[in-house]
Design a protein. Structure first.
Ligand code: PLP
Length: 385
């Protein structure tokens, strides 16, 4: 089976992890700080807080922004469940904004309409989580403008978009957002095994996220309620978690970063070949805007159902049977049974639901050979005949 995504691990990556294993610190040592520094330099952001997953980073981001009971978080239905679940962890509620049928990202037009209505109803969101689907940045300039106008915070879920660019600036610079979250899961652009990061230009948010990452415990006397009892003393000043990244993971991430631009370049090359070779088939690839340099985490096609004799489900299973490890990103979150109890119904977000009946993610990863790509194209051509 040709997988839809796969990590690329070099001998240097392995050596970097082995070096940490032989060092004094296995977790939260100097390499975590070096990795955070490297992320800051790469994205030109001022603070990076690395975590044991993007899910944890999203949770920390929501907590740092003060999301809680009675608050509302909006995101797109076409995302991984974690982009929405972070609100539920905080006791807040979730709502969704329908997608743009061409970019598959949260539609700014739908957002404007929904904000206008929410203002009248007194139900404006406290936080918006736009997701850069497949690595393609959302229209962040418009989102940033609306955030100022309506007074909500923005967490970019850039789990797919490490190494991408928007208006010729790196994704993660937080120019139009409060916090940007990265994922370093093995199928993503670079990996630490499991891991994530929350980036921000706001010193207070960074401090709060770092505090909550490690139990809400501080060793800084200035933050304590009274003088330290002695040199051993630490104080819990908030209810935090253990969301720390290890030095072993950070070493892998730091080593992977040296090849980040190469990975994304290779992803673009494969995508361009797909664009070219699939042109005459009854399908439409994701539309990538000119002011965006996608990280191309995924290559998603939509089947032109009207022109096909086979169902989406049938095409999908025939591809799997032919050894092509296709996937579907994503099942609309509001259609998950868990979310039914919040009152969502089929038909609430028609563009997202239509997308779900047509989308297929084709294999794409840096080490994918041209031979494998040709196999995918040939099988897809046969099946869509
Ligand atoms: C992968 C992913 C996450 C969660 O990442 P983890 O590091 O696995 O916790 C969140 N949001 C999106 C859009 C993702 O693709």
């Amino acid at each position: 089976m040709i997988p839809y995504g796969r990590q690329s691990i070099s001998d240097e990556d392995i050596q970097a992890v082995v070096d940490v294993l032989k060092s004094d610190f296995l977790t939260q040592g100097p390499v975590v700080e070096n990795f955070e520094q490297a992320l800051c330099e790469y994205t030109s952001v001022s603070h990076a807080v690395v975590t044991n997953s993007a899910t944890s980073a999203l949770h920390l981001a929501c907590r740092a922004l003060g999301l809680g009971e009675g608050d509302i978080l909006w995101t797109t239905p076409i995302t991984f469940v974690a982009s929405a679940n972070c609100a539920l962890y905080c006791g807040a509620t979730v709502d969704f904004v329908d997608i743009d049928p061409n970019t598959y990202n949260l539609s700014v037009d739908a957002l404007k309409v929904k904000l206008d209505q929410a203002e009248k109803d007194g139900k404006l969101p406290k936080v918006l989580v736009p997701v850069h689907l497949c690595g393609l940045p959302c229209d962040m300039e418009s989102i940033g403008r609306l955030a100022k106008q309506y007074g909500f915070s923005v967490i970019e879920d850039a789990s797919h978009a490490v190494g991408g660019r928007y208006q010729d600036q790196p994704v993660g610079d937080c120019r139009y957002s409060d916090i940007t979250v990265f994922s370093f899961h093995p199928v993503k652009i670079i990996t630490t095994g499991e891991g994530g990061a929350a980036l921000t230009n706001n010193h207070n948010l960074a401090e709060r996220m770092a505090l909550l990452r490690s139990h809400g415990i501080t060793r800084d006397p200035a933050q304590m309620t009274h003088e330290p009892d002695g040199d051993w003393y630490y104080q819990q000043i908030d209810l935090g978690y253990n969301y720390r990244m290890t030095d072993m993971q950070a070493a892998l991430g730091l080593s992977q970063m040296t090849r980040l631009d190469k990975f994304v370049k290779r992803r673009h090359k494969i995508a361009a070949q797909y664009d070219n070779m699939l042109r005459d088939l009854p399908l439409t690839p994701q539309k990538r805007q000119l002011d965006c340099y996608s990280a191309i985490h995924l290559y998603v096609i939509r089947l032109d159902s009207a022109e096909l004799k086979k169902s989406h489900k049938q095409v999908f299973s025939e591809l799997r049977e032919a050894g092509i490890g296709v996937n579907l990103h994503y099942i609309p979150v509001h259609m998950q049974p868990w979310y039914q109890k919040f009152g969502f119904n089929k038909g609430d977000f028609p563009q997202a639901e239509k997308y779900y009946t047509e989308a297929i993610s084709l294999p794409l990863f840096p080490d994918m050979s041209d031979d494998k790509l040709l196999i995918v194209v040939k099988e897809l051509g046969n099946i869509l005949q």
